[in-house]
Design a protein around this ligand. Structure first.
Ligand code: RIB
Ligand code: CA
Length: 314
């Protein structure tokens, strides 16, 4: 089967790393490029981590560097969840490959033109690169088939009570993407907190016994508590790693274990709750125009089995 071409736009971070390890083995999508953006940690680290993990995996994909700050706001980082350099204190061999000599937004555009409308984007960091690409190349909206976004929160946030980190970092970028006219699927925290792997379940990955799966297992175990080591990642007592970015990637690869609904989605860009995603999905009041899809639930056991299946290919 022809695998659908995707670009992964990311801010590695532990769960971006999990997603990149899984992406190499996906059966329905093929990664044609990785683009890095400032997010969990500074761009110098997200860019380096994207180069380092893809080289470590023998994953022959070009990496482009993107925005080192949001469109208008000061950078916001999540070092308490990812460590100062984004790998929870783990190390990868220094990459020999370099980023391509184009910025992420130019690279995305060039690939979109080359693929004649078949390109899809899996965006698992702040949406700054995508927004810049859309602003610089207005015709890009007709050249990107679908965008799958890890972002937003309907019930409860993580970066603030009401906001999820990726959208909170750059609400103006998110608004441009939500209003671009490109079909998009939003995977909010309400979904990605369902796609966790427990401390018991990760043992099966450890037992796979190769360097790639060992790195996956090690960084996943470290992510089960905050980097400062004093708080569990999950508030419900389950010792697990929320695989926010792998959830979004695996939805893009095969959405058969997920439930999703077409609805209206947008984001606040002013005031103390800037970055708050809003939707009519659960509302009596319905928008006239539905601009996206909200991914609402996943069969967690099936998700974990799919993670096992992909990792077992290493
Ligand atoms: O809120 C979780 C999201 O923000 C994930 O993509 C994580 O990697 C960070 O980018
Ligand atoms: Ca991310």
């Amino acid at each position: 089967m022809n695998r659908r071409p995707i670009i992964i736009d990311c801010d590695p971070g532990y769960d971006d790393i999990q997603a990149l390890i899984l992406a190499k083995q996906c059966e329905n999508v093929r990664v044609v490029a990785v683009t890095a953006v400032s997010g969990n940690v500074a761009l110098k680290y997200t860019e380096k981590n994207a180069l380092a993990i893809t080289e470590y995996l023998g994953f022959d994909v070009p990496v482009a560097s993107g925005a080192e700050r949001p469109l208008f706001r000061d950078p916001l980082f999540a070092e308490e969840h990812h460590g100062e350099e984004g790998l929870l204190g783990m190390n990868l061999p220094e990459p020999s490959k370099k980023v391509v000599d184009k910025k992420a937004w130019d690279f995305i555009y060039d690939i979109a033109v080359e693929l004649k409308g078949e390109l899809e984007i899996v965006a698992v960091g702040p949406l700054t690169n995508i927004a810049i690409a859309l602003m610089k190349y207005p015709e890009l909206k007709d050249l990107v088939k679908t965008i799958y976004i890890m972002g937003g929160a309907i019930l409860s946030g993580n970066s603030r009570f009401s906001t999820e980190f990726n959208i909170h970092v750059d609400p103006e970028a998110a608004k441009r993407v939500f209003e671009s006219g490109i079909p998009f699927y939003l995977c909010p925290l309400d979904l990605t907190r369902q796609s966790y792997i427990t401390d018991e379940e990760i043992v099966k990955v450890e037992e796979m016994g190769n360097k790639e799966t060992k790195f996956f297992a090690d960084i996943t175990k470290l992510s089960m508590v905050t980097f400062s080591g004093n708080l569990p990642q999950r508030k419900d007592g389950i010792v697990g790693s929320n695989m926010h970015d792998p959830c979004t990637l695996l939805f893009a690869d095969d959405n058969s274990i997920f439930d999703f609904e077409e609805c209206y989605i947008n984001v606040e860009t002013f005031g103390k709750n800037a970055g708050k995603t809003v939707t009519d999905c659960y509302s009596d009041k319905q928008a006239e125009v539905k601009n996206g899809y909200l991914v609402k639930s996943v069969d967690r056991k099936a998700f974990v089995e799919r993670v096992y299946s992909l990792l077992s290919k290493y």
